[in-house]
Design a binder for this molecule. Structure first.
Ligand code: 5GP
Length: 198
């Protein structure tokens, strides 16, 4: 298993420090809000969300969505299918979307457009990892854990073919792990093809 892993990009210790900072910042920004709803995008955001909500000192409730993109093309189409929708009505709520990583931005862009039509009081995004080099559409991101280079990463909730989510650190996947494996393409938490050409 470790042969597939190249090196640690963000350590568990760095993540813990940054998550505590984000929690403090979010608690201050939403002070007075009794309506804060953290929405995790399954499955990649679960570990980040579990840590982040415990670093938030104001009342917060949770909900989850699961998404997949349409089609099998090697580049993400930007049209996202909702596999699991929210259970709660977000009208009048302060919604904080929690994502593991933003890459092209297409998934988040679609989610923001969809959720905006449901009239939340506010809608912001918090991502653990941001890969700005691969952005195709500008998405407003209020809170970013770490900006990272264009490398495929796993761990702390992020997977490669459903593996490695339980690693405490964020690792760069060894490109040979997927170049030599034509059976398993780089896919998202939800089975989405991300068009990695590495
Ligand atoms: P976007 O629509 O921004 O291109 O896609 C975002 C999604 O792509 C993330 O939620 C994640 O599922 C997946 N993704 C993008 N980059 C990586 C990566 O480096 N590692 C993993 N495991 N997933 C990634």
């Amino acid at each position: 298993m470790r042969a597939d892993l190249d090196r640690i990009l963000v350590s568990a210790r760095e993540i813990a420090t940054r998550v505590a900072e984000l929690g403090r910042q979010i608690s201050a920004d939403y002070a007075g809000s009794r309506q804060l709803l953290a929405v995790g995008i399954l499955k990649g955001s679960t570990i980040f969300m579990a840590d982040l909500v415990r670093a938030i000192s104001i009342p917060v409730s949770f909900d989850f969505m699961a998404v997949a993109s349409y089609g099998q093309s090697s580049s993400s189409s930007g049209v996202v299918r909702i596999l699991k929708d929210l259970e709660q009505n977000i009208e009048g709520r302060d919604v904080l979307l929690i994502e593991d990583i933003v890459d092209t931005g297409l998934t988040l862009n679609y989610l923001l457009e969809t959720l905006r039509t449901r009239n939340p009081a506010s809608l912001r995004v918090c991502v653990l990892l941001d890969k700005p080099e691969r952005r195709k559409v500008a998405v407003p991101i209020a809170y970013v854990g770490f900006k990272i280079p264009d490398e495929f990463v796993v761990g702390y909730g992020l997977d490669y073919a459903e593996r490695y989510r339980n690693l405490p650190d964020v690792w760069v996947l060894n490109p040979e792990a997927y170049q030599n494996n034509s059976e398993v393409k780089i896919q998202s938490t939800s089975g989405k093809d991300h068009g990695y050409d590495h």
